[in-house]
Design a protein around this ligand. Sequence first.
Ligand code: HAM
Length: 421
Amino acid sequence: MNPIRSIKGTHDILPADSQNWQQLEQIVRTVCQRFGYNEIRTPIFEETRLYSRSVGENTDIVSKEMYSWDDKDGKSITLRPELTASVVRSFIQHNLGGQAPVQRLYYMGPLFRRERPQKGRQRQFHQFGVEAFGSENPEQDAEIIAIAWHILLECGLSENATLHLNSIGSPNCRKAYREALKNFIRPNLSLFSETSQKRFETNPLRILDTKADHEQKMLKDAPKVSDCFSDDDMAHFESVQNFLKVMNIPFILNEKLVRGLDYYSRTVFEFTSSALGAQDALLGGGRYDGLVETLGGKATPGIGFAAGMERFLIAMAETEVLSRESKIDVYFVCLDEAGLSTALSLANKLRQAGFNVVSDPLRRSLKAQMRDANKSGAKYALILGETEMETDSIVLKNLEKSEQETVSQKNILEKLRNLTN
Ligand code: HAM
């Protein structure tokens, strides 16, 4: 039989890397808690129509990237390609809006998109993100962006990161802009790529996203979305910028930033990183004031962002933030079969007292066990041999200093406590 391998675009997170993941997760939890955000966990799969209604039928995600199937009862089900839609579904289903005027939520977990795999782009990937419901005011936008900024600071990524900020206005503004943009592009439409020509009908704003130089050139004098802003749109966007300045969060205005999901209105933003390759978006988000209503809830404004955790970890590998410190306090070496019961009971006592203790289950030689102890990064080794068994004692070796002493078994817990305090 051919060996079974993981599916293309999916990755195992091996023990050598999981410590990095835990450190990133810890930073995210700490910062979110600092801002008063609480964790929400939603299912991995949802009804397909949740995504077609929210993310949008004509987006890349819904039109070609979702893992969907018909369940036995005929319902179409999809592995979640993003989390905002699920969080909004849950917000409505559990009437979270009725419980508090502002709901502040954060999440972490796996997502699924059938994209072409490359560095920083997987088919199963992970995001952390935040969503805030209840306020349409610009200080809420500033707070959401500040959370992203604080996490970037803690991760050591702020220096290489650029915040791209834009507003795509409210729905009326966007409707007018759509027409203005189409009128501008129409005379040259045949010179645009096949993808852009398709987007011309389905989602013309996405044409602004193009990476093709000749298209960028043709778009140089395209009308600006800001030309269609209402007074309120303009005031909102200006306040967001002022609040970011007050908090010393640097940003650049990027009129070409439109984001690839349909639910956005007004503020949209992305942080890119020069520490990444072609897939340089660390995180993206924006306001979605119409989404709760679109999905059947009471009209409630919302804003959030989500970040690619794999991309964070690629960028963090170049920083000093990720530590490789061993979590093992004590490596227990037992040299005599007759001592196993004593070893098990002592090791257990130490674990109950909070020490991380690893013991060798292979009954190997002293040399082999000591080699393993040093490799494990443990601070101490406890060695139980025939002589120690006879005298109810145990050898305590400081592996960093290579010094050892003999301690009575009954005092070993206290001894370790004194040494580690
Ligand atoms: P998104 O821009 O589709 O937005 O994804 C956010 C981030 O997820 C990206 O910036 C990127 O870091 C990461 N990402 C996306 N696709 C992949 C992939 N195939 N492989 C690795 N990383 C990936 C959203 O998902 C919105 N729900 C964000 C949001 C929250 N807007 C408002 N609230």
